[in-house]
Design a protein around this ligand. Structure first.
Ligand SMILES: [Zn+2]
Length: 489
């Protein structure tokens, strides 16, 4: 009898999750739904709390992944409702969780591929107290934007650039996000807002201190950020259309539904800047509805607009290079500094020796540093990494047996010479070290000109409209050349 009751309960929960209904859930309904998803699909879902809001509501996360994920699987996070009066993200993220779970259970190829290749951590609401004050249908400036201490959580994070502007103790919701990020090595993230229709990427903080003028402020990973933002806008139902929010003064400023944060308007203490500067995590700020708090009859339409874009966004977690750092055959190395030559961002390997760096297709120099050893490895990031990711495991012990590199080692025709080691470069070796670096800088310059995606001019993967224009331009160019060869003196 007990078994029958258990089975009936499981079926009831499964049916309640399977028939997802769009409406705004209050905070306790939201947390109940997350718990139900975990109970009925415990092999795919795990629910945990990252802390509490000012009014003691649990900030609950649902983590989704296939049952067979292993070491090297990247972690991605999605955060909704940081501004309490912008709640579309709450419901979109719940629907996404439901879609991935039910898709996995029914054998849907895309849902299975996603959950077998990444951990998706979903925090539907970061500001439950603000949401409790907000009013459905308030499109511009309704109550509930801030938390219960009247603080704007997207102005509350520490800032590398202007630490003195963010010296106050952070809010409990902010602290919860910061602790969460020290616990999990998130590679990428999205935070969902409302009030515009745009994919916004860091930096949000002004380049020139005190400046109010909109001004592009790029990170060194601007190429990757732009690719992710363009892809979201293209895959979304309407984002790339500048006429979408007719009452907005800003929509015409956006570049096909994307913008650099500071180029739109600048401010200090954003969550996106914190993700990048403190953790090397690439976070997009997704503004997903012209109205901040659209009516619940519009939720189905918004899901249909965003479903493809959200699924496509998650796949970027496989883009770039990943692997495990070892020291000897089985011993993983934690806290090895992994970086891309020419970019300041340093990624530290996890306790399991894992590292991930998101990169567009192209050639790069990967640097790994630990125990006063430095390894350089030339890598080529492939074009379709979701099906064929670049996995590069490196062994510091083997590398120790290698000779010192010579500048000629960095010639392009000697791509596959393996790892290069530089052990505690001393004064005697300084000259050689300089030469090697000069060779590497020249190599990077050549790559920038000839081989790599150019940040401003060439199209990105997924940027189909730009790619079509590029192909058309190339075709016209060839026709013009043939014509001039035949007919011009
Ligand atoms: Zn917002």
């Amino acid at each position: 009898m007990k078994d029958v009751c258990g089975a009936l309960l499981a079926v009831t929960l499964w049916v309640s999750v399977a028939s997802f209904r769009h409406h705004y859930r209050n905070n306790s309904e939201l947390n109940t739904l997350l718990n139900d998803m975990e109970t009925s699909h415990s092999h795919l879902a795990r629910v945990y709390s990252i802390g509490k809001s000012v009014k003691e509501t649990d900030l609950k996360v649902i983590q989704l992944s296939g049952p067979n994920v292993s070491i090297g699987t990247p972690h991605v996070k999605l955060v909704g409702n940081i501004h309490g009066n912008e709640p579309l993200g709450r419901e979109l993220l719940l629907r996404l969780a439901d879609y991935l779970i039910s898709g996995y259970e029914s054998g849907d190829d895309e849902a299975m591929a996603i959950l077998d290749k990444m951990y998706v951590h979903i925090l539907p609401t970061m500001n439950p107290d603000g949401f409790a004050e907000a009013l459905e249908g308030e499109c511009v400036n309704g109550p509930g934007r801030r938390n219960a201490n009247e603080k704007d959580l997207n102005r509350d994070f520490p800032s590398h650039k202007y630490p003195s502007d963010t010296m106050d103790p952070v809010q409990p919701e902010t602290a919860a996000i910061m602790e969460w990020m020290y616990k999990y090595p998130f590679v990428m993230s999205a935070a969902i807002h409302g009030g515009a229709l745009v994919a916004n990427y860091p930096y949000d903080v002004a380049k020139t201190k005190g400046s109010r003028a909109p001004e592009d402020h790029k990170t060194e990973d601007n190429d990757m950020f732009r690719a992710m933002a363009f892809n979201y806008a293209e895959e979304h139902g309407h984002m790339a259309d500048s006429k979408e929010c007719p009452d907005s003064n800003d929509q015409h400023k956006f570049d096909r539904g994307t913008t650099n944060g500071a180029a739109w308007y600048s401010f200090t203490g954003s969550m996106g800047d914190y993700n990048y500067d403190y953790h090397g995590c690439l976070e997009l700020t997704l503004e997903l509805s012209c109205c901040k708090y659209p009516g619940d009859h519009e939720l189905e339409k918004h899901w249909n607009d965003n479903k493809k874009a959200l699924l496509s966004f998650l796949k970027y977690s496989q883009q770039g290079v990943k692997g495990v750092i070892y020291n000897g055959t089985d011993e993983p190395v934690s806290k090895a500094a992994v970086s891309i030559y020419g970019r300041k961002q340093v990624h530290y390997s996890t306790e399991n020796g894992e590292y991930w760096i998101l990169l567009l297709p192209g050639k790069y120099w990967l640097e790994v540093e630990k125990f006063e050893k430095k390894i350089f490895r030339k890598i080529t990031v492939p074009d379709s990494p979701f099906d064929n990711p670049l996995i590069l495991n490196l062994d510091l012990a083997t590398a120790a047996a290698e000779d010192y590199p010579q500048p000629s080692d960095f010639e392009p025709e000697q791509d596959n010479t393996g790892d290069f080691l530089m052990v505690g470069v001393d004064r005697k070796d300084a000259q050689e070290y300089e030469e090697i670096h000069e060779a590497m800088v020249n190599e990077r310059k050549n790559m920038n000109e000839d081989e790599r995606y150019d940040d401003e001019t060439l199209p990105y993967p997924g940027d189909s409209r730009a790619a079509d224009t590029y192909r058309l331009n190339s075709f016209i160019c060839i026709i013009c050349s043939i014509f001039s060869l035949l007919f011009c003196k």
